[in-house]
Each structure stands twice: as C-alpha cells, then as structure tokens.
Design a binder for this molecule. Sequence first.
Ligand SMILES: C[C@@](CO)(OP(=O)(O)O)[C@H](O)COP(=O)(O)OP(=O)(O)OC[C@H]1O[C@@H](n2ccc(N)nc2=O)[C@H](O)[C@@H]1O
Ligand SMILES: Nc1ncnc2c1ncn2[C@@H]1O[C@H](COP(=O)(O)OP(=O)(O)O)[C@@H](O)[C@H]1O
Length: 310
Amino acid sequence: MTHLAPAPSPSVRVRAPGKLNLSLRVGPVDDDGYHPLVTVFQAVTLCEEVTATEVPEGAGISVTVTGPQADQVPLDDTNLAWRAAEALARHVGTDADVGLHLAKGVPVAGGMAGGSADAAATLVACDALWGTALPRDDLADLAAGLGADVPFALLGHTAIGTGRGHLLTPAMSRGEFHWALAVRDEGLPTPAVYRRFDELTHGQDRAVEPADDTALMQALRAGDPTALGLALHNDLQDAALDLRPDLARTVEIARHGGALGVVVSGSGPSVAALARSRQHALAIAATWTAESAADSVWCTTGPAAGARAL
Ligand SMILES: C[C@@](CO)(OP(=O)(O)O)[C@H](O)COP(=O)(O)OP(=O)(O)OC[C@H]1O[C@@H](n2ccc(N)nc2=O)[C@H](O)[C@@H]1O
Ligand SMILES: Nc1ncnc2c1ncn2[C@@H]1O[C@H](COP(=O)(O)OP(=O)(O)O)[C@@H](O)[C@H]1O
C-alpha cells in the first residue's frame, strides 16, 4: 500500500521593501493631530517577506513572526498585516481566513516602515490567495486606509509623498545607491517623535513645499551620490536626537568615515549613511560595530521594487 503525503495548503509569498526618507519636511500639526509632510521615499533591498497560507473555513486570521526582533511584534488584530487581511476581506466581501507568516528583515519601530511593508505584502498575498485580483489602484486605496507609509511599500522605487505621505508621485532615480544602516534594538515610537518635534519648533507655521527638494531630485535623476548626500534632510532628526542623544555619535562616526551624507530615517532611531560604494558601506558599518555605535548594522541598496509575489 502506498501512503500519499497530504497535499500542502496553497500559499503565496510576497516581498515588500523597507524605506528611507531621503528628505522629510514636516509642516505644523493639523486639527486631526497629523502633520502634513513633503517627503522623498526610497525603497531599499532590506525587506519583509509575508507568506499567506490557506486555512480551513472559519479558522480566521493567525499571525506568526520570525526575525531578530520578533518578540516586539504583536500577534493579534493590532498587527498591521492582520489589519490588512481584514480590510481586504471586508472590501471584497469574503471571510477573512488566512495564516500569515512574517519573516521580518526590516528593523521594528526603526523608522523604516517594516510594519507598513507587512501590510502592503499582505494585501498582495491575500489578493492572490483568495483570487480576488483587485486592480492595483484599489489595493493602493486600501493601503492608504491602513497607514500613511503603506501605499509607498506597495509602489516601491522612489517617490514624493505629500499629504500624510500617502499621496505619491513616482520620481526618477538613476543607478543604485549604497547605504550603511545603524539599527537599535529599542525603537522610537513615532507619536513621541512628532510630539517632541512640536515642542522643539513651538508649533511654528512652516509650510512645506516639494520645491524645497529640487537639488535632491536633480541628484536622483543624475544618479549622483555626492549631490544626493548633500541634499539628505530630515525635519524630525533633531527631535529623534533629543529623545536619543546617543544617536549623535552614530551620525558623527559615519561622517568621519567619509559618508556622503548621514540622516536619521523617518522618526528614527535607524541611522542611514550614504556610501560611495558597497565596500565603503561595509567599512562604515564595520566602524559602527567596532565603536559599539549600533546594536546591529546592515548594508543595503536603493531603490528597490514595491510589494510583489515571489
Ligand atoms: C515618520 C514617518 C515618515 O515616513 O515614518 P516612520 O519613521 O514612522 O516609519 C511617517 O510619517 C509615520 O507615519 P505612520 O507610521 O503612518 O504614522 P502613524 O502610526 O499613523 O501615526 C502615529 C502617530 O504619529 C503622529 N503623526 C504621524 C504621521 C504624521 N504625518 N503626523 C503625525 O503627527 C500622530 O500623532 C499619529 O497618531
Ligand atoms: N507587522 C508589524 N511589524 C512591526 N511592528 C508592527 C507590526 N504591526 C504593528 N506593529 C507595531 O507598530 C510599531 C512600529 O512599526 P514599524 O513599522 O516597525 O516601525 P516604524 O513606524 O518606526 O517604521 C511596532 O512597535 C509595533 O508595536
């Protein structure tokens, strides 16, 4: 008698990128408690992988997580991947039954939007698994409802974000940029950084305009890392450094190591140093390690593609 192994449950694996804010300009807080932004996103090859697996009808949603900071990620309905599956199921009128496994490659609460990447990947994965085949625009609308950084994780590459960062215009970028990343085990909560920003700027009325980033856009179009390094900018950096003063040393070490530019990514605490080459990125990362200026270091490149099935 031959024993046939049970057929594995169908599953779909999707990769979505982490992001850096090459520029982040923050306006005064609106009545809804959010700050208007003009930001230039770049997706990087440091990424999340989400596997969506079919489960029996009525089983609901479950989430498992692997990765160095997995213990910091919620496994319940506050997880952005869970919320993405729920939102898609509601939109298409199907039952939300799926097993989600998140292999996290992006630092948690690191200002690199790993949770948003999980949400974007989950939308794409569940859309394929459930056969709902939504147009990309519908997925983008669902993404915007889940969080301001989620639409960019879907789109990838390089884009200008306005509104809360969710209104995207793709931007041209030539070539490949090399980054060294200094990552901390303990993240910085985004709301605390925006609050500190308000305190430091005393709610000054500073309107933000995409025109402020003309030099940066030219550097991207030309594929010129030296010019890009000079144009990196983050209005939240002072607030992040104020909350985590030890980050100043991390920035300084990269500058000493000849980085073309150094910037805190988004609300931090990850620090990104733009390097001349992969070898140079490795050298900056090695110096951070030798000087104990990071809990872990990574080298990555950008731009990278948005959420896509593997
Ligand atoms: C700072 C940025 C830059 O890309 O990314 P991260 O560094 O977190 O990855 C984003 O603005 C993060 O946006 P997002 O991650 O969607 O923020 P949410 O969790 O929705 O917001 C948490 C809280 O931060 C504050 N907040 C957020 C976004 C914004 N434009 N203005 C704000 O004031 C609000 O108090 C909000 O309640
Ligand atoms: N799938 C997820 N991955 C990581 N964090 C998540 C996820 N879903 C919800 N969270 C919560 O969101 C917080 C920050 O998310 P994350 O995207 O990693 O960082 P950031 O907002 O700094 O880019 C985490 O501290 C965690 O509590």
